[in-house]
Design a protein around this ligand. Sequence first.
Ligand SMILES: Nc1ncnc2c1ncn2[C@@H]1O[C@H](COP(=O)(O)OP(=O)(O)OP(=O)(O)O)[C@@H](O)[C@H]1O
Length: 253
Amino acid sequence: MTTIQVAGLHVRHRKTVALDSLDVDFGRGVHGLLGPNGAGKTSLIRVLATVAAPTGGRVRMLGEDLADPRARTEVRRRLGYLPQEFGYYPGFTVREFVAYMAWLKEMPAAATPAAVERAVERVGLADRIDARIRTLSGGMVRRVGIAQAIVNDPAVLLLDEPTAGLDPEQRVEFRELLRELGAGATVLVSTHLVEDVAAACTEVTLIADGRLAYRGTPDALSALGAAADGVGDHPIERGYTAALRAHREVAVR
Ligand SMILES: Nc1ncnc2c1ncn2[C@@H]1O[C@H](COP(=O)(O)OP(=O)(O)OP(=O)(O)O)[C@@H](O)[C@H]1O
């Protein structure tokens, strides 16, 4: 079932075209969003998170048209979003901050304390729940960001580089959490770490120059790398470079 439909999406920042007539759909599962620096991944995620307006095109999410302000408010309750640059109040404890975000998402007050504890436990921070955020390491703060994104059990979860700053053990645990979340929700994860994609994603969406360059399973992308002489140390890395090269060859024609 399709939860997100993007049609002819155009995003421009002054003179820079970040997304150029992008058509792409997403359904339940974990979608790895890959692409070179400046490809347009964050621009796409920000439009889907309803924090940026596109310059053209349409997005339907959870049956709503995001052009409608009332629909955006409705969708926000069912959305989880971890921005690339995640803002927080350093003086808040983890519990206070995640509860505050739950309140912003208009969660029922009675359900909030248990939902906060569950979200914090799922990111492995139960023992730091009453610590002030300013006392946490960078990787722990990133995990607080993931906890606030999942506190409302979102139907659509948007994570912009969630594994940046996580140690290897935490990344492995995070992939497990992603797989769990993807069973019931549409999860989009932008990352530069292809191992995360290979391990946790059901589908890969490769964006380059604001356009869709490749769509397929991680296994299919790896197979493409083997068939098309991609370069890289990991099979999916070879698939990534091969798909990107094919996209650029078409673009210059
Ligand atoms: N606020 C802005 N003002 C001007 N240009 C911007 C702005 N935000 C993004 N851009 C430009 O839009 C293009 C797409 O940027 P975007 O951040 O969406 O890419 P990305 O794929 O997320 O990159 P990265 O992998 O580096 O995070 C880039 O050329 C970028 O320089």
